[in-house]
Design a protein around this ligand. Sequence first.
Ligand SMILES: Nc1ncnc2c1ncn2[C@@H]1O[C@H](COP(=O)(O)OP(=O)(O)OP(=O)(O)O)[C@@H](O)[C@H]1O
Ligand SMILES: O=P(O)(O)OC[C@H]1O[C@H](OP(=O)(O)OP(=O)(O)O)[C@H](O)[C@@H]1O
Ligand SMILES: [Mg+2]
Length: 281
Amino acid sequence: MLRVAVPNKGALSESAASILSEAGYRRRSDSKDLTVLDNNNEVEFFFLRPKDIAIYVGSGTLDLGITGRDLALDSGAPVDEELSMGFGSSTFRYAAPSDQTWTVDDLAGKRIATSYPNLVRADLGSRGITADIIRLDGAVEISIQLGVADAIADVVGSGRTLRQHDLAAFGHTLCDSEAVLISRTGVEPAKHARQFIKRIQGVVFGQQYVMIDYDCPRTILEQASALTPGLESPTVAPMADPEWVAVRAMVPRKNHQQLMDDLSELGARAILASDIRSCRF
Ligand SMILES: Nc1ncnc2c1ncn2[C@@H]1O[C@H](COP(=O)(O)OP(=O)(O)OP(=O)(O)O)[C@@H](O)[C@H]1O
Ligand SMILES: O=P(O)(O)OC[C@H]1O[C@H](OP(=O)(O)OP(=O)(O)O)[C@H](O)[C@@H]1O
Ligand SMILES: [Mg+2]
């Protein structure tokens, strides 16, 4: 039985659950369930706090886990990334009241509130900066106005929370994060774990592409193929009308509407985009 950790709540849990479900694994029936046994696929899922997941995987208690790169880094647990999962992207930044200009050197001797103390300590240490780290569990953006900190180091998604509290990020990015599938460092995933990783990869990769189908006059096939090169090369099939061919290719989801406009402009017709639910390469 493969043992896999999944975020039980928070920013990563819903997307993680829907990818697992799309990959054919059993969903939990209640959001309070802490385990789900998927006998058909011989996988047991453990629904844990995302912050704790790298600790379980790094200790070898669980085989694989889904967590945030920033959380895995802060845990210090010995884990490797098997796969970037394409959601939960954020940056980890220093921030302080926006009415002053801050540099990272200004943090020396200041109080910095964060839920990621190890990440911050390591970063300051590497720059030779000594500061007082105040460890908070969440809602870190409010700590300055409540008087317990001078600056913060926190996750920035849209940036809305910083703006709402009149804060501005400054300095370098400590971590470019997203949801990742992790395994224990130095342990080559066994056959069953590799199959699991491939299934998840199939869904994640599929979500980043769409399938484009279109009818193409032979006269513009070369230009149209250049726009839709596919992974290897586009599939070109004959049509009843010898002047036309049918073309099919995977294209990146990003900007695919612009690509469809360009194909249409070129003279392609009946241009269709469809979702790819899963794939293998
Ligand atoms: N607003 C956001 N946008 C994108 N990713 C985010 C956002 N907030 C958190 N994350 C990512 O989600 C992970 C943390 O998840 P979450 O916030 O659910 O955990 P937590 O803060 O420990 O729990 P909780 O918020 O329930 O106390 C991190 O990897 C973080 O980068
Ligand atoms: O840039 P934004 O899109 O505004 O998102 C960033 C906020 O989202 C997360 O908080 P979360 O909702 O997880 O609450 P928490 O602070 O209690 O962890 C994070 O810790 C920031 O506070
Ligand atoms: Mg949070």
